[in-house]
Design a protein around this ligand. Sequence first.
Ligand code: AP5
Length: 216
Amino acid sequence: MNIVLMGPPGAGKGTQAKRIAHKYNIPHISTGDMLREAVAAGNDLGLKVGEIMEKGLLVPDTLMIGLVKERLSRGDARNGFILDGFPRTVEQAGALDEMLEELDRKVDVVLLVNSSEEVVVDRISSRRVCPKCGKVYNLLTIKPHIDGRCDVDGSQLVQRDDDLAETVRSRYRVYVEKTAPVIDYYSNSEVFFLDIDGSGNIDEVAGEIFGLLGNV
Ligand code: AP5
């Protein structure tokens, strides 16, 4: 199954994408994670995008389209994928359709996980991540066993550079302006478009997603 997962920053896309990827045995392709890895590695791409991400703005379409095209050409994506964070503009959505068409494939399902600005600002403000293994925590809901330390490798947990409340509000504005039109793009197309209420707890949201995916 070829799945696109959309939603505002902090709606829980990464959290749910991991569960979906596990259940369907498909790769979780997070463009945010790919960019953060490039920034951490200090490579050419990372040097280009670091400042843009820190401000909560979108990385140029041409860069993103090239990155995703290369990723989807790898063998592990042959039998399906879950794309988390791409497409984020109508231009990216059109490019995704084109690159899949070249491979004789298409987007099967679009999952929109919705949440209000207040909910996502609260969730993101309390998110902490492990800089070594990438595990995501939440100071309110998914606390580590030892304060401030990753359960997996003991690293000191950190806050993402773009997770300050002010930047989150600007990311939300960018989402409304640039990414919300992608919802219209897909709801006017032939894909299965599933609209999920992301305001419940993690298991409730997962239950709704798997219930709906089971009917596709
Ligand atoms: P990206 O990493 O994609 O960020 P995002 O879309 O803003 O999403 P987040 O990762 O912040 O949140 P999420 O929805 O995955 O939530 P999570 O599950 O972690 O992109 C970062 C940046 O990269 C962009 O701003 C842009 O600059 C650039 N970029 C990336 N892709 C791009 C593209 N295609 N084009 C251009 N630029 C691009 O959950 C959040 C927190 O809440 C966690 O602590 C979690 O534990 C907790 N939580 C999750 N679900 C629940 C729940 N149901 N109840 C309570 N807590 C929950």
